[in-house]
Every structure is written in C-alpha cells, then in structure tokens.
Design a protein around this ligand. Sequence first.
Ligand SMILES: C[C@@]1(CC(=O)O)c2cc3[nH]c(cc4nc(cc5[nH]c(cc(n2)[C@H]1CCC(=O)O)[C@@](C)(CC(=O)O)[C@@H]5CCC(=O)O)C(CC(=O)O)=C4CCC(=O)O)c(CCC(=O)O)c3CC(=O)O
Ligand SMILES: NC(=O)C1=CN([C@@H]2O[C@H](COP(=O)(O)OP(=O)(O)OC[C@H]3O[C@@H](n4cnc5c(N)ncnc54)[C@H](O)[C@@H]3O)[C@@H](O)[C@H]2O)C=CC1
Length: 215
Amino acid sequence: MTVYLPIMLDLRGKHCVVVGGGKVAERKTLGLLETGAAVRIISPALTPRLAELSENAAVSWLNRKYAPGDARGAFLVYAATDDPAVNEEVAREADRLGVPVNVGSHAEAGSFITPGVLRRGRLTVAVSTSGAGPAITAEITKLLEEMLGEEYEAYLDFIYVMRQEIKRRERSPEARKRLLRRLGTLDVLEKIREGAFTPWDSDQIETWIAQHREE
Ligand SMILES: C[C@@]1(CC(=O)O)c2cc3[nH]c(cc4nc(cc5[nH]c(cc(n2)[C@H]1CCC(=O)O)[C@@](C)(CC(=O)O)[C@@H]5CCC(=O)O)C(CC(=O)O)=C4CCC(=O)O)c(CCC(=O)O)c3CC(=O)O
Ligand SMILES: NC(=O)C1=CN([C@@H]2O[C@H](COP(=O)(O)OP(=O)(O)OC[C@H]3O[C@@H](n4cnc5c(N)ncnc54)[C@H](O)[C@@H]3O)[C@@H](O)[C@H]2O)C=CC1
C-alpha cells in the first residue's frame, strides 16, 4: 500500500497544467481555480463548463493534443485524458522534470492523488482512501459535510482574529500559550450555531486577554 503525505499547498499564481478537457479534467480544474492557481488546459476538446472558463479567460486553453515539453515550467501537472498511454507519457515527462503529477486513469502512474475536499472558510478537510475507493471518498466527504456545518467558517474567522490579536498584544510566551489554549475552550461555536454570536470589538478582546492572561 502506498502511504501518501497530505500537505496544504499555496498555489496562488502557480502555473498548473491540466492535460485533457473532459469530466475529470473539469473537476481537477475547478479545484485548482479555487486556490487561485494559473491553469493551462491542453486538449483538443473541452466540456461546456471548461469552454466557458476559457472564454472568460479564467483558464488558458491550448486547443491541441499533448506534446512533449508541455509539462516544462509547471508547478503541478494533471494527466486527465481518456487515453492511458498519453497519461503515462505525461507522467514520465513530469517525473523527468521533477514536477509532481496526478494521473486520473491509474493512480500508481502518478506522484500524487487528489483527495475529496470539504471547505468551511479557513477550514479545509481532505479525505483520501489512498486510491482504494474514490466513490467511498465522496461518501465520506458528504458525511463530514453534515458533521461540520457552515458555522465553522465564522468560528475560524473568530479564532484567526483572536490568535493574531493575542500574538500582537501579549509579549509573555507563557501567557500567550495559556490564552491560545483558553481560546479553544470558549463556547463561541455553540453561540454561532444558536445565532447568538456577535464578533468581538477591540475593547472586548482587550478585556478578555487581561482577564485570562494569568494562570
Ligand atoms: C486515485 C485517484 C487519483 C486522482 O484522480 O487523483 C482517483 C482515481 C480514479 N477514480 C476513478 C473513478 C471515480 N472517481 C470518482 C470521484 C472522485 N475521484 C477522486 C479522487 C481520486 N480518483 C483519487 C483517489 C482518491 C482517494 O484516495 O480516495 C475524488 C475524490 C476527487 C477528485 O477527483 O477531484 C472524486 C470525488 C469528488 C467528490 O467529492 O464528489 C468517481 C465518482 C464520481 O465520478 O462521482 C468515480 C467512478 C466510481 C468508481 O470507479 O469508484 C477511477 C476509475 C476510472 C476507470 O474505471 O477508468 C480511477 C483510476 C484508478 O482507480 O486508478
Ligand atoms: N480520477 C478520477 O476521478 C476519474 C478518472 N477516470 C479516468 O479518467 C479518464 C478521463 O475521464 P473523463 O474526463 O470522464 O473522459 P472524457 O472522455 O470526458 O475526456 C477525455 C478528454 O481527454 C482529451 N484528450 C484525449 N486525448 C488527448 C491528448 N492526446 N491530449 C490532450 N487531451 C486529450 C479529450 O479531448 C477529452 O477532452 C477516464 O478514461 C478514466 O480512466 C474516470 C472517472 C473518474
């Protein structure tokens, strides 16, 4: 069994190449666009959705088949054609160039696989079965969607602001540690669920820090 390393990549502005323009290429492209990556699609045909993205210049499109050299300069490559031989060729080129590559038709030919993704603002949950069952991945991702509601977005915005403020206002490392630990024990998530939460203003934050910085 392959043991994959999950990591979170900042792809803003990174040149990513998707070879193929079908259903699978569309899914991978939409995932990339969410992150702000600069996507180039190389394919003689596009799904209606991908064609629209190309018309709006949200992706760049090379209207032709894959040719050697297409992976050059890419940060990530996705081989998503319906021709396994082409996908393998793309993977070999990417490997030679040291570029991470995903192969949609047979995972083991690539160097990374795509997890199911659940987003709630700053919260990202990635699900993988190490390629064992993509449909099960989709099911588990749906389950987590039910468990982790929309309230997590506002909750993590609150945590983010508080952590920044604690780091900015508190000099003592011990007090910082205590405050950051206490942050996780507040009932804010519950309050957001009940619709009873209003974001804290600067005075409230200062008062809370002053009250909780000591043991
Ligand atoms: C290994 C991996 C490589 C990769 O693509 O990165 C891979 C590979 C393959 N998928 C295949 C089929 C299907 N894939 C899906 C759906 C998804 N597949 C995704 C990921 C992955 N798929 C990676 C491993 C993920 C993990 O670790 O669990 C998801 C999670 C994310 C995404 O694609 O963005 C996305 C769910 C999105 C969502 O949440 O809705 C469906 C269901 C559907 O389409 O509704 C089917 C049809 C049902 C079935 O076959 O099970 C085939 C057979 C092709 C053939 O038979 O020819 C292969 C090839 C092989 O097995 O090697
Ligand atoms: N990883 C995953 O989640 C899944 C993977 N698959 C696998 O992925 C493959 C692709 O699936 P779909 O997108 O549904 O197929 P599709 O038939 O909708 O799309 C294939 C695309 O590849 C393009 N293409 C063909 N030859 C090309 C070349 N030489 N250079 C560039 N582009 C080329 C076609 O123009 C078309 O746009 C399937 O054959 C299957 O093996 C299928 C379902 C899910």
